[in-house]
Design a protein around this ligand. Structure first.
Ligand code: GAR
Length: 187
């Protein structure tokens, strides 16, 4: 099985979906490490309870290069081959992306190329869109800009708020991400 490292910053529901899928017999990946820039991230507790190795490194008080070197070392020590970002809310440096070129993927809560960055659901509602959704894409130096590997769509309902829409999109994220990661590690 290919060894995947997952980076999170918070809740970690997509990380949990990836871990749960990894336990299926035919799954081509296993989760070797869950790492976070926030030592208090709730997802770290979930991962540790699930028996996954965890690593936390706050970037506070250090240069970005130093912080990323620590994350990089933890990933390599764990034998990680592919990195899956799952609600990791920090921009990776060009150097880090270059070191893992073509081996980092991310899930983003919009139908890319629409709504890169933050507040995706609010922006989709404000634009009067009929559909929203999520995308899994390869991470490059351009924020939310790499090749899209897969998407799932959700209808926008008349009474939707950013929160209600986020909830329905999140259900699709949990289905989409394990499927695309499995395809990605096999290619
Ligand atoms: C997810 O909706 C993910 O798509 C989004 O943050 C949420 C994390 O939830 N990611 C981004 O906005 C990346 N810029 P989770 O921690 O429960 O997986």
């Amino acid at each position: 099985k290919r060894r995947v490292g997952i980076l999170i910053s918070g809740r970690g529901s997509n990380m949990a979906a990836l871990v749960e899928a990894s336990r299926g017999d035919d799954c081509p990946y296993e989760v070797a490490l869950v790492a976070s820039d926030r030592p208090q991230a709730p997802g770290l507790i979930w991962a540790a309870d699930a028996g996954i190795a965890t690593f936390a490194q706050s970037p506070k008080g250090m240069a970005k290069a130093e912080y990323e070197a620590k994350i990089d070392a933890a990933l390599r020590d764990a034998g990680v081959e592919v990195i899956a970002l799952a609600g990791y809310m920090r921009l990776l440096s060009d150097d880090f992306v270059a070191r893992w070129r073509g081996r980092i993927i991310n899930i983003h809560p919009s139908l890319l190329p629409r709504y890169k960055g933050l507040d995706t659901h609010q922006r989709a509602l404000a634009a009067g869109d009929a559909v929203a959704g999520c995308s899994v894409h390869i991470v490059t130096e351009e924020l939310d800009g790499g090749d899209v590997l897969g998407q799932a769509e959700v209808a926008i309902l008349p009474d939707d708020t950013p929160e209600s829409l986020a909830g329905r999109v999140l259900i699709e994220e949990h289905r989409l991400y394990p499927k695309i990661l499995a395809e990605f590690v096999k290619r």
